[in-house]
Design a protein. Structure first.
Length: 76
């Protein structure tokens, strides 16, 4: 839950330094969605599998020195 309370400016350096995985971030987002969605009904469709695939791709790029900036690896 602490991850979900951080801003993009706080998350980006963690991802860049490999202290936080983009996959972990996506998983945290979907855990939060599972907790709050029954009460707020904010989503029509969640694309969990494609989000996890994109996060895995970003993680691979970052691990291989191809960090592209503050939004790379951030789930939006």
């Amino acid at each position: 839950m602490a991850i979900m309370q951080k801003t993009i400016r706080e998350l980006a350096p963690l991802i860049q330094s490999k202290a936080l995985s983009p996959v972990e971030l996506v998983q945290a987002c979907f855990q939060q969605i599972e907790i709050t969605e029954p009460a707020i009904h904010a989503y029509i469709t969640t694309l969990k599998e494609s989000a996890l695939q994109a996060a895995a791709k970003a993680e691979h790029e970052i691990m291989h020195g191809q960090y592209r900036g503050i939004l790379h690896g951030i789930y939006i």
